[in-house]
Design a protein around this ligand. Structure first.
Ligand code: SF4
Length: 732
């Protein structure tokens, strides 16, 4: 039996007074909020859904938020918010919130326990697993939904304190490609843009990106553009953004890499390139130019389904633009060759000199509210703070800054998500800790994932709700405070640190992820190693120290108060500056982060779609976001009556009218959609938004990933959710 820790003990104020806990004072009461109220009784808090990072006014009464509105003074959203932002308080009061730890008893029933018993069980079983199967036999799957300070503490605790190695985040599912693509091309994971670029471009090119639905406030920024811009959308599906665009290029699924090489070919052929920029700021251009000349318009037209005239028009639009910006999201990132596709976009920006100037850039739009925090600070694939596990100087810096023994820092990165899943399958991983993600729903080829969960000796799920598909399988459930019930920072798509505040009390004895990690450290016996991580703001100061001399240096940010006053601050900010400019972009000087200061042209030949349609499975299944009112697996948005009414409750499949006629499928009729891995029943939505031979199902429904095919990009190991082969049958 683990004894209670002896360090400073504080009594949990808002739950049954049965347990002493080692927690920072901010866990109790309402943290910074009373001191940060504006004269009108509101305080600004950054939204906890998507990576746009909107500022929301929390209207506070008796110390707690009772309502939210969009903050007109916040530089990101300028007074706008999407339905999720307006409804962000609702999921906090859902009746199925986890209020106490739950431990499965001998009969298989989850029973309430206190934190002492929960932590004792957690540590004894994880340690027993390590003792029996080796230190690396436990793993965690984390998230881009918790605060930067929390993910930093989690990653350091797991690797430096618990002596484990393998961990990953659900950001592998959305942003790993952008992370790797930027790192290889620019020398650092550095999205170059600022949201003002939406308004300053005269030519915006969206590739595999549907901001009308996925990032509606970013789309509002596009609508504020006063230059009558040319808007080009590249997407197999006629998305809401494609409908609003100047031109829509409806390519065949997964022909994006071929198309991008074909456009590079035409830019070269016409000498529509910026030779001065290429010479000064890039390397490997000549090799790329030789490679790109293979991609003749005829060949590219045949593979993409576009006409040769379309290709010429596309290239000419890039040439004619004075400020051309390229934007990509999951249509590019979730592919079997996603890193090279993202780099093909970067190559177009580099060869035309469309980077570092207002309205330009090769710009990856992030997904989750803190995917960017995960990319820099989760201590997973990269050593915390954008460092490298393999670099001894980086390890020494982290060791000295955090006071961690050098030998406690691994010399290699973790396995990726799919490798951890394989490790569970082959018995290498026996203990799994899942934090704020719902893998049983969201992981590709879901049935295979759920089957192997049964091979674990110990599954811990830490979440707001014990009712998610994954939490229902847990041996131990740890109730977590959600967004709005804790403090910390998020980093948005344009590199802006924004402040998250505690505007509500968490229910029961639920604790912030930060405090849960602190408890684990104490009960594990490594609490002293994390003594300096005494609060989220203390952790922020450590994060700042770690950023010193990195491209993402934020040592110029004083503290949370500074972030609050400034309306968020973009990295980098190395020199203390009270009011830094609100819109800053990277690479204005043409210098990149590789040792030679130059960006690299990177490329590989396209590879065929791993599972193309055939006679048995003649349709390509596309997946993606359904509406702006749904968020991922719906574990929060499904709690809101308002949000639920803004999207169809039952799963539907978009089918082209020509296919529907051929298969005698009437509108709203039930159909069976089957892949080689599983099947589902959906309502037919007959629409020309999808091309003949293609169907679309939103990703938010629990059944969608029964169908998807588990293949991965070789560089980023990001899953390819966007294209697999299915058949459709009408049901009687
Ligand atoms: Fe929140 Fe994103 Fe909606 Fe803004 S756009 S309110 S950050 S969900």
């Amino acid at each position: 039996m683990t004894t209670k820790p002896k360090s400073t003990l504080l009594r949990l104020w808002h739950g049954p007074l049965t347990q002493d806990l080692v927690l920072h004072p901010g866990e109790f009461g309402l943290g910074q909020v009373p001191a940060r109220l504006k004269p009108d009784g509101t305080t600004t808090v950054v939204c906890g859904f998507c990576s746009t990072g909107c500022g929301l006014n929390a209207h506070v009464k008796n110390g707690e938020a009772i309502n939210l509105s969009a903050d007109a003074s916040y530089p990101v959203n300028l007074g706008m918010a999407c339905p999720k932002g307006w409804e962000a308080l609702t999921p906090l009061t859902a009746p199925d919130r986890g209020t106490t730890p739950l431990l499965r008893d001998a009969g298989g029933q989850p029973r309430p326990v206190d934190w002492h018993d929960a932590m004792t069980e957690f540590c004894s079983r994880m340690k027993a697993t390590q003792a029996r199967h080796g230190a690396h036999s436990i793993a965690f799957l984390g998230t881009g939904q918790i605060c930067t300070e929390e993910m930093a503490l989690l990653g350091c605790l797991f690797k430096f304190g618990m002596g484990a190695l393998h961990c990953d985040s659900n950001t592998r599912q959305c942003m790993a490609t952008s992370h790797v693509a930027y790192k290889q091309s620019f020398g650092y994971d550095a999205p170059p843009f600022t949201y003002a670029d939406f308004e300053e471009s005269d030519t915006l090119i969206f590739i595999g990106s549907n901001p009308c639905i996925a990032h509606p406030i970013m789309w509002q920024r596009v609508l504020r553009n006063k230059k009558s811009p040319t808007i080009i959308v590249v997407d197999p599906r006629k998305t809401e953004t494609a409908m609003a665009a100047t031109r829509h290029y409806a390519i065949q699924p997964k022909s994006d890499l071929t198309l991008l090489y074909g456009i590079a070919h035409l830019l070269l052929e016409n000498d529509w390139i910026d030779r001065a920029f290429i010479e000064k700021s890039t390397t490997h251009f000549e090799e790329f130019a030789r490679f790109a000349r293979q991609w003749s318009p005829d060949k590219v037209a045949a593979e993409t389904g576009l006409s040769v005239a379309d290709l010429h028009d596309f290239a000419a639009a890039i040439h004619n633009g004075k400020a051309v910006s390229f934007w990509w999201t999951m249509g590019v990132n979730q592919s079997h060759e996603s890193t090279r596709a993202a780099q093909a976009i970067i190559n177009l920006a580099l060869m035309t000199g469309n980077i570092g100037r207002p309205g330009t850039g090769a710009n990856s739009i992030t997904g989750q509210c803190n995917a960017m925090g995960s990319r820099l600070y989760a201590n997973i694939s990269g050593l915390i703070g954008g460092h490298d596990f393999k670099n001894p100087l980086h390890r020494a810096k982290v060791s000295a800054t955090l006071g961690v023994p050098d030998e406690a820092i691994p010399t290699e990165p973790s396995w990726a998500y799919d490798q951890i899943v394989d490790g569970i399958r082959d018995g290498t991983i026996k203990g799994l800790w899942v934090i704020a993600t719902n893998s049983s729903h969201s992981w590709i080829h879901q049935d295979a994932f759920n089957e192997i969960l049964g091979k674990l000796d110990f599954l811990v799920v830490q979440d707001m709700y014990p009712t998610t598909e994954t939490a229902r399988r847990a041996d131990l459930f740890l109730p977590a405070a959600g967004w709005g019930e804790k403090e910390g920072t998020f980093i948005n798509s344009e590199r802006r640190f924004g402040l998250v505040k505690k505007i509500r009390r968490a229910p029961g004895i639920a604790l912030s992820d930060f405090s849960i990690c602190k408890l684990v450290a104490e009960y594990w016996g490594c609490g002293e190693m994390f003594a300096r991580w005494s609060s989220p703001e203390a952790a922020f100061q450590l994060i700042k120290e770690l950023s010193k001399n990195q491209p993402s240096d934020i040592t110029g940010i004083a503290d949370y108060e500074h972030l609050d006053r400034a309306g968020g601050i973009q990295w980098p900010l190395a020199a203390p500056t009270e009011s830094p400019p609100q819109e800053r972009r990277l690479f204005a000087d043409g210098k990149f982060y590789h040792a030679d200061g130059k960006a690299r042209f990177l490329f590989d030949p396209p590879r065929p779609m791993p599972e193309p349609p055939d006679a048995g499975f003649p349709f390509v299944l596309l997946t993606g976001r359904g509406t702006s009112s749904q968020w991922h697996t719906g574990s929060r948005t499904d709690k809101s009556d308002v949000l639920r009414q803004l999207s169809p409750a039952n799963i539907y499949v978009e089918i082209n009218p020509r296919d529907a006629r051929r298969l005698r499928i009437a509108p709203n009729r039930l159909v069976r959609v089957r892949s080689r891995r599983g099947e589902l029943t959906a309502t037919a939505f007959i629409t020309p938004q999808v091309q003949p031979g293609q169907v679309f199902i939103p990703m938010h429904y629990a059944e969608t990933n029964k169908l998807t095919f588990a293949v991965f990009d070789p560089h980023s190991r990001q899953p390819s959710y966007k294209a697999c082969a299915v058949q459709i049958q009408p049901l009687k």
